[in-house]
Design a binder for this molecule. Structure first.
Ligand code: PLP
Length: 422
């Protein structure tokens, strides 16, 4: 049966094959620690009780017809206030739109900002930019980022491409790495964009836009601060489209409320586009979140709790991996800064297990950890890093505190049975 080339050639998520392998092992009766998903186990991480109550109340009040295309005004106003009070930005309710999570907003932003054949620059590893680029029929400059930069793209790496690109898609804190831009790192990128846009303004051509996905910004730990381009460089406001939402900070991935904020014209075009798709967030959920955001004390204590639960897990794993490294195991980790993710390295290529399993590829490492340690992790190659990258994402959203010793024990045993091939 013939279908469009676009749909025919759409690549399935690289994590899907791994998911199938995990399901098969579970079906065989193995206990698998599945640390691959960027989601929460809702039995471990619940949404705020008050948000749940607000959702029920909103349905009981019959908020079940179409919401406005740009979202409920109550929610947009309260997001405007929330961002002002917690982030420091100044966006009115008319510069904000709501959608069914952050994904439709990212899709719409690509479609709104780029012409067919335009070029987007994004770092790898990063989440889903490849799919959005493909769907908008654009070209990409993919920056393969470095461990020494915490896998964040640096201005010096962007600069050589600056004249040839139409959009830079950044995410901070970054999925899959759990690392965040420092102030100077982001300032330098903003300055590059501003200089380039002065040039484009004189030529009267479309400016270079920035998508700034900050869905994890409230999950920043320790000394890590979150920076926003428009707060660092107010002139960035005309060129920056930000994406945000409740999915991660309230462990509410299934509730589906996301928002974008940016220049009124861009938001208006995105609203028109998504109105045709009907990618609205349900009206009752919008009203519920609008109300919940005003429960300031409750929001604050929920956030403190989820942050302490997530950072406890990330720091425990980090500490354990640094201990393994100190003991001479071929592993490494990057200090967790934010989000649900820990960046890990398994330098196993060229090694052989006591049972004679040879590790020649990243796929071999992934399979070895899954079958021998019963631990599933996603290689950075699934997020666009090169196929020989031995770095991995560990997600803690489904991990109970008392799973950590078992997981580390399994990993240590699997690593212990490795020896260097002669
Ligand atoms: N942005 C990033 C960086 C993500 O990692 C994800 C989900 O994993 C999303 C956006 C999607 O968020 P939502 O579930 O609100 O669509």
């Amino acid at each position: 049966m013939k279908v469009s080339e676009l749909s025919e050639n759409l690549k399935p998520s690289a994590i899907l094959q791994l998911a199938a392998d995990i399901r098969a092992l579970i079906a065989e009766g193995h206990q698998i620690y599945n640390l691959t998903i960027g989601d929460f186990n809702p039995k471990i991480f619940q949404i705020p009780d008050e948000l749940k109550d607000e959702i029920i109340r909103a349905y009981e009040s019959d908020n079940t017809n179409y919401p406005p295309g740009n979202g409920e005004v109550l929610l947009r106003k309260n997001i405007s206030e929330y961002l002002k009070n917690n982030l420091g930005t100044d966006y009115s309710e008319n510069e904000i739109m709501i959608s069914g999570g952050a994904r439709p907003l990212l899709y719409a932003a690509y479609q709104t900002l780029l012409d067919i054949g335009d070029t987007v620059l994004y770092p790898a590893p990063s989440w889903n930019n490849d799919a959005f680029t493909y769907l908008a029929r654009n070209k990409a400059v993919i920056l393969r980022t470095k461990a020494e930069n915490r896998f964040l793209p640096m201005a010096e790496e962007i600069e050589p491409h600056i004249r040839d690109i139409h959009l830079i898609s950044l995410c901070s804190p970054l999925n899959p790495t759990g690392t965040s831009f420092g102030k100077e790192e982001l300032e330098k990128i903003c300055d590059l964009i501003l200089i380039e846009n002065k040039r484009r303004n004189e030529l009267a051509v479309k400016p270079l836009y920035l998508i700034y996905d900050q869905i994890y910004w409230q999950l920043s730990y320790g000394d890590t601060a979150h920076y926003h381009p428009v707060l660092l460089r107010p002139e960035m406001k005309d060129f920056t489209l930000s994406v945000d939402g409740i999915s991660k900070c309230f462990a509410a991935t299934g509730v589906r409320v996301g928002w974008a904020f940016g220049p009124k014209k861009i938001i208006g075009k995105m609203v028109s586009l998504l109105t045709h798709v009907g990618a609205w967030s349900p009206k009752a959920e919008q009203i519920a979140v609008g109300n919940y955001l005003t429960h300031t004390e409750n929001v604050k204590s929920y956030m403190e709790n989820i942050k302490s639960e997530l950072s406890f897990r990330l720091n425990e794993f980090y500490k354990e991996f640094m201990q393994l490294k100190a003991e001479g195991f071929p592993v490494d980790a990057i200090q967790p800064e934010a989000a649900l993710y820990l960046t890990l390295k398994f330098d196993l290529i060229g090694k052989e297990s006591a049972k004679g399993q040879k590790i020649n590829t990243v796929q071999d490492i992934t399979n070895y950890l899954l079958h021998e340690a019963k631990v599933a992790l996603v290689p950075f190659s699934s997020f666009g890093a090169s196929s020989d990258s031995v770095w991995y994402r560990l997600s803690v959203g489904t991990t109970a505190r008392n799973d950590i010793p078992n997981i580390m024990n399994n990993l240590k045993n699997a690593l212990e049975s490795m020896r260097v091939t002669v």
